[in-house]
Design a protein around this ligand. Sequence first.
Ligand SMILES: [Zn+2]
Length: 120
Amino acid sequence: MAKIYSQSYSARYMRVYRADHPEYVKKDYENRIRYRLELMDILGGKKCKQCGFTDNRALHIDHIKGGGCREYKPQHGYNSMRMYVFYVKHPEQAKKKLQVLCANCNSIKRYTNGELNHFG
Ligand SMILES: [Zn+2]
């Protein structure tokens, strides 16, 4: 039978782990950026699909049909990097489900489609 850890337990554990392992925090951050950029390349490049904006600091990986949080939280263990890694390893699924949008276009899309979440 699969072991189920509660979110609060693993979040607490990771907080303590991060405090004791600053090198892990740095590596985790670098990996997150690396996988995010790699995923953008899979999706056609570091460029907003809507308006062509190219500064990757303000580019987002967007779920075409919305519901990104709902999808990746249970499946990928509440960790956006695991989602990036998953889609880098499954590029065909990534191309079907994801697109690159800039912060502006992503906000406008969420507003237009009624995909508002806790970010407003
Ligand atoms: Zn845009």
